[in-house]
Ligand binder design. Structure first.
Ligand code: HEC
Length: 173
């Protein structure tokens, strides 16, 4: 009789803890989207088949890895803070482009993940540019982590527009 009562109390406590947990999480996502200027658009896109995680959902492990790989391989040209070269729009005397910012202030965000990966893996030597090819040096997971870290640097509005376009193109495929 006593142990039965104990079990019931334990069950009730678990139920209570579960309810509190659900309340905590739903409360959390509510306040999160409150800061988001185009949250209504995102919510309406959430059910599109090509839906992809928001940058706020990127894991800390991915971002730490992405930043480390970026600093090791890319910062020498694109700068530690990904701000690139101020003169990135102008070709140098050899007709080459200088490393552009990757922090969302240039046109990196105009490109889909597929196009970004293509530039990173293949470089721009074939079109006379100085961007090295990373094929065979970085894995796809490495590059995904770098892109994720870079995206956390993009201004909120820019990132949301990019994500919107990316999800629409995924849904069209
Ligand atoms: C030796 C210098 C150098 C290094 C190192 C380098 N880049 Fe670049 N990167 C460039 C240059 C120069 C361009 C402009 C390319 C062009 O059009 O010729 C560029 C362009 C790019 C672009 C296209 C940007 C856009 O807006 O279209 C991306 C993305 C990029 N780099 C990512 C990376 C990443 C990620 C790394 C590290 C894994 C890296 N780069 C390392 C020089 C470099």
């Amino acid at each position: 009789m006593n142990s039965c009562l104990n079990r019931n109390i334990k069950y009730l406590l678990l139920l209570l803890a579960g309810t509190l947990l659900v309340m905590t999480f739903s409360g959390c996502s509510d306040s999160g989207s409150g800061n988001d200027t185009v949250s209504s658009k995102q919510t309406s896109l959430a059910n599109i088949p090509g839906s992809l995680p928001h940058r706020s959902q990127f894991s800390q492990a991915t971002l730490v890895k992405g930043e480390a790989l970026y600093q090791k391989n890319c910062a020498v040209c694109h700068k530690a803070d990904a701000s690139g070269t101020p003169e990135w729009r102008i070709r140098d005397k050899n007709g080459k482009l200088l490393p552009p910012p990757l922090n969302g202030t240039a046109h990196t965000w105009h490109h889909s993940t597929t196009v970004l990966k293509d530039v990173i893996f293949n470089g721009t030597a074939s079109t006379g540019g100085d961007m090295p090819a990373w094929q065979g040096k970085l894995t796809e997971q490495d590059v995904d982590a770098i892109i994720s870290w870079l995206q956390t640097k993009w201004p909120e509005e820019i990132y949301n527009i990019w994500r919107d376009i990316e999800m629409r193109s995924m849904a069209d495929e």
